[in-house]
Ligand binder design. Structure first.
Ligand SMILES: [Zn+2]
Ligand SMILES: [Zn+2]
Length: 288
C-alpha cells in the first residue's frame, strides 16, 4: 500500500538540507502517495529578542519568509499534480503563555484557507525554578531536575496545547525520550495515569497523534511515541498520522514499511489523512 508522509522540513528552517522540491522528488522515488510539507513555523512570530536572532535563524524561517513558503508549495502542488499529492502544513512550536499563540495565529491568519493540517509540537519545557530545558541528550539536566519532573512538565504543557483547540496533529508525542538516551524513561504509576488521562483528552478533542519515525534516526530504538504508548492510542481509536520528520530528502518515508508492519501487530488498522483541515480515516491495506 502507498503511504503518506505528513512531516517534512527543508532548507528554509536553517537546520535541514534541500529544497521542498527535493523532498517531493524523494517522495515520488519512494513511491509515496502523498507528502505533507510542514516546515517549522517562524519562531520570530513569538521571540523578538535580538540576542536570540542567531538561534532563531537556525531554528526556523523568518516571518517574512512564510508567505513565500506557502506560495512555493502551491506552485509545486500544481507542477507535480499528476505524480503525487502534496499537502500544505507547518509545525508550530507551542509556547505556554497565551499571548504567544495569538501572535502565531496572527501570522498564520492570511494562510488558514491554504492549510491542510496544523502540527503542534513541544521541543522544550520550563517551569518556574528551571531553565529552559531543550529536549536534547543532557545527563546533567536529567540528574538535577529528575526524569519524572521533566516528563510531568512536558505533559502539563501538552495538556495546554490540546486545550488550545488550535492544532490538528500532535508531533512526536514522547519527544522527551531524547533526554534519557541511551536509556528509556520509566513511568511511575502516577505519570502513566497522567499520560492515559492525556490520551483520553486527546480522543475527546478529536486530535490526531503522529507516528514519527525519526525516533529510529535519533537512536531511540523505536518511533515516537514508543510501542507501549501506541498500544494505548490504538485501544482508544485515536487517529494516527505517519510522518518522517525528514530534515534530509533521503529520509522522506524513512522506516515507514517496517514501522507499519510492526504496529499492525499491535492492532493498527487505520491511518488518518487530512485535506483542508478535515480529518478522514483510511484503512491500511497490508499489500506492500
Ligand atoms: Zn527541525
Ligand atoms: Zn518537531
Amino acid at each position: 500500500m502507498k503511504l503518506r508522509d505528513y512531516h517534512t522540513h527543508n532548507r528554509r528552517c536553517g537546520h535541514a538540507l534541500g529544497e521542498i522540491e527535493d523532498y517531493i522528488k524523494a517522495a515520488i522515488d519512494k513511491d509515496l502517495k502523498e507528502i505533507g510539507i510542514s516546515d517549522h513555523f517562524p519562531l520570530g512570530a513569538v521571540i523578538d529578542d535580538p540576542q536570540l536572532a542567531e538561534f532563531i535563524k537556525k531554528a526556523s524561517m523568518e516571518v517574512e519568509e512564510f508567505p513565500r513558503y506557502i506560495k512555493e508549495i502551491k506552485g509545486l502542488k500544481e507542477k507535480y499534480k499528476d505524480k503525487i499529492s502534496i499537502r500544505i502544513s507547518t509545525e508550530v512550536n507551542f509556547y505556554t503563555p497565551g499571548r504567544a499563540l495569538s501572535r502565531q495565529k496572527e501570522v498564520l491568519k492570511p494562510f488558514m484557507d491554504d492549510m491542510d493540517y496544523i502540527i503542534g509540537a513541544i521541543h522544550d519545557i520550563k517551569w518556574h525554578e528551571s531553565p529552559v530545558i531543550v529536549m536534547y541528550p543532557n545527563e546533567e539536566i536529567l540528574r538535577e531536575y529528575g526524569g519524572d519532573k521533566i516528563i510531568l512538565e512536558y505533559f502539563n504543557k501538552l495538556i495546554k496545547l490540546v486545550d488550545s483547540n488550535f492544532f490538528d496533529v500532535i508531533a512526536h508525542f514522547d519527544f522527551y525520550r531524547i533526554l534519557f538516551r541511551p536509556n528509556n524513561p520509566e513511568y511511575s504509576q502516577y505519570l502513566w495515569q497522567k499520560l492515559l488521562d492525556l490520551l483520553d483528552k486527546i480522543k475527546s478533542r478529536g486530535l490526531a497523534i503522529e507516528i514519527n519515525t525519526s525516533g529510529f534516526l535519533k537512536k531511540l530504538g523505536s518511533q515516537h511515541p514508543d510501542d507501549e504508548i501506541i498500544k494505548e492510542i490504538i485501544q482508544r481509536n485515536i487517529p494516527l498520522v505517519l510522518g518522517s520528520d525528514a530534515h534530509r530528502p533521503k529520509y522522506v518515508g524513512y522506516m515507514f514499511q517496517e514501522t507499519i508492519e510492526k504496529l499492525r501487530k499491535l492492532g493498527l488498522s487505520h491511518l488518518c489523512i487530512y485535506e483542508k483541515r478535515e480529518q478522514k480515516l483510511e484503512k491500511i491495506l497490508y499489500l506492500f
